[in-house]
Design a protein around this ligand. Structure first.
Ligand SMILES: *[C@@H]1O[C@H](CO)[C@@H](O)[C@H](O)[C@H]1NC(C)=O
Ligand SMILES: *[C@@H]1O[C@H](CO)[C@@H](O)[C@H](O)[C@H]1NC(C)=O
Ligand SMILES: *[C@@H]1O[C@H](CO)[C@@H](O)[C@H](O)[C@H]1NC(C)=O
Ligand SMILES: *[C@@H]1O[C@H](CO)[C@@H](O)[C@H](O)[C@H]1NC(C)=O
Length: 484
């Protein structure tokens, strides 16, 4: 059947905003609505399905011609190579790999996302299947502000990253002298100081006490149920918290102010053998993050001890990780902190990794734990391989969280021109992994050869110790993968 459709040119605005042509708007109009608005809320039934009298708009081609965009270095290389494509400075970035002229993206779009996530926008052709999302930027988290400009906190838990069931993260800021209110919670709290310094204190179930000052690069740990306080010094601070429960919420901690507010006043008075008047000036609602009076510089002034004394060195709640020398390898360095040297943080094993430009945290996996990752500096990409036959590549930059479920294989490649720094946190009694380099290096050559069809010369290069990091060419667009 030949349709006699009228061709008309419509602008974008007319497609989305203008009412349908008069001929179609025969629906009855609500008189109340008509008194305030023009047009009607719903269209005519005559718009349903095939209708030869509806005009087909003649629009320009949706294909973006080559003159209207730029290709980034590497974008024309074989899509199986999956080179990193840096879209940060190209005009009108397009999802093209492997020399083809398409498909282009006419929009709607927000280019900033595409530039930050080129491996989602233009996946390597090796990506396949349905690996779960592995990325959450704290920059997309709601930022809860404390009282009177005292600070803020934003979180990532299973609400933001559903695959992250074993760990959750919080990024917290305390203004000068501000407190994170005295509190406790169901999960264990592992923390890395990101900037500035704080005084932390706690009391354990034996009536032993702990107080310490920690600064950028240091770590603390408070086991589940242990009440603690955190107060910034005069320059303020920022830190990262990791909890051993993906459902942890910073909004659901147990607070000293609420403890008093939620008990009968008579009970509170009786508990402390005082009058109700003692607590007549309790704060109204949570303090959570609030301004404080400056902590005394001399820590001894806040060193309260009872008959049980102080918490022993072996059970200390802090570790001055900033003072630990990194283990240097070609292409970067790694610092490990796990219960071998920080015993109170049972089940928390971490590595702080620095990867030089062009280098890569090698292909590996963890045998018993998911990995929660935080990016402190630079940019990286990670491909996660999950059986059966799935892989997906994600791009990260400072302030992002990454998550890799056990025992998925992955790597982290530095995609920028400055050193990449990231933190890996595991729920494990020791920090460990299976290095693909070392695994194959310690497997009989004949077996590797029969599986992968590689030659003898290559087999001779496989290491018998774990490299952790492999150096690489700083030029990510080149196909010479042996240089630096
Ligand atoms: C802390 O923040 C200040 C202000 O932005 C910055 O100058 C400094 O380099 C930061 N320190 C660290 C250790 O990141
Ligand atoms: C606190 O006092 C105890 C002695 O009661 C001492 O052993 C401990 O080192 C002190 N701690 C600090 C941080 O000054
Ligand atoms: C710190 O305070 C303690 C106890 O108040 C005192 O004995 C010590 O002399 C002080 N140290 C300094 C350096 O002021
Ligand atoms: C990087 O390598 C590509 C491909 O070999 C080359 O075209 C490009 O000029 C190189 N870039 C730099 C900055 O050397």
């Amino acid at each position: 059947m030949k349709l006699s459709r009228v061709s008309v040119l419509l602008s974008v605005a007319s497609v989305w905003a203008l009412p349908a042509p008069k001929a179609q708007s025969s629906a009855p109009v609500n008189p109340l609505a008509a008194s305030r608005a023009s047009g009607s809320l719903r269209g005519s039934e005559s718009l349903l399905g095939n209708n030869p009298s509806i005009p087909i708009p003649t629009e320009p081609s949706t294909v973006i011609p080559p003159g209207q965009f730029e290709l980034a270095p590497g974008q024309t290389e074989d899509e199986q190579l999956g080179l990193y494509i840096d879209l940060s400075n190209v005009k009108n970035p397009q999802p093209i790999r492997g020399g083809s002229t398409g498909p282009t993206d006419p929009g709607p779009r927000t280019e900033a996302y595409d530039r930050l996530n080129s491996d989602l926008f233009i996946p390597p052709a090796t990506d396949a299947g349905d690996a779960p999302n592995a990325k959450w930027p704290f920059g997309l988290s709601h930022n809860r502000h404390g009282l009177a400009g005292a600070g803020w906190a934003r979180q990532q838990n299973v609400d933001q990253l559903p695959v992250a069931t074993a760990m959750a993260g919080v990024n917290m800021r305390l203004s000068p002298n501000a407190y994170r209110e005295l509190h406790w919670h169901k999960a264990g709290e592992w923390a890395l100081m990101l900037n500035g310094s704080v005084r932390i204190s706690a009391v354990n179930e034996h009536g032993q006490t702990f107080v310490d000052d920690v600064s950028a690069g240091d770590v603390w740990f408070f086991p589940a149920g242990i009440p603690h306080s955190i107060q910034a010094f005069e320059n303020g601070c920022e830190f990262l918290l990791v909890f051993n429960d993906g459902e942890f919420s910073e909004d659901e901690t147990f607070l000293v102010s609420e403890l008093m507010e939620r008990m009968p006043e008579s009970v509170v008075a009786k508990n402390f053998r005082t009058s109700v008047q003692t607590f007549s000036k309790l704060p109204d609602g949570q303090l959570w993050i609030f301004p404080g009076t400056p902590a005394p510089k001399n820590i001894s002034e806040q060193n309260v001890t009872g008959p049980a004394g102080v918490i022993s060195k072996e059970a200390a709640y802090s570790y001055h990780f900033s003072q630990q020398e990194p283990y240097r390898v070609p292409g970067g360095s790694i610092k490990v902190l796990d219960p071998a040297t920080f015993p109170i943080a049972k089940g928390f094993s971490a590595a702080l990794v620095t990867v030089e430009p062009g280098a890569m945290r090698e292909m590996h996996w963890h045998t018993t734990s998911d990995e929660w990752t935080y990016f402190l500096q630079g940019t990286a990409r990670l491909t996660v391989y999950q059986a059966p036959a799935s892989s997906r590549t994600f791009d990260f930059s400072a302030g992002d969280v990454g998550y890799v479920p056990v025992p998925n294989a992955h790597f982290l490649e530095n995609t920028g021109s400055e050193p990449l720094i990231f933190l890996e946190v595991l729920q494990a009694a020791e920090y460990s992994d299976i290095s693909v380099n070392q695994w194959l290096g310690l497997t009989p050559k004949q077996i590797v050869k029969d599986h992968l069809n590689v030659d003898e010369a290559f087999l001779d290069t496989l290491p018998k110790t774990e490299p952790f990091i492999v150096p690489g060419n700083r030029n990510l667009s080149t196909t010479d993968f042996t240089g630096t």
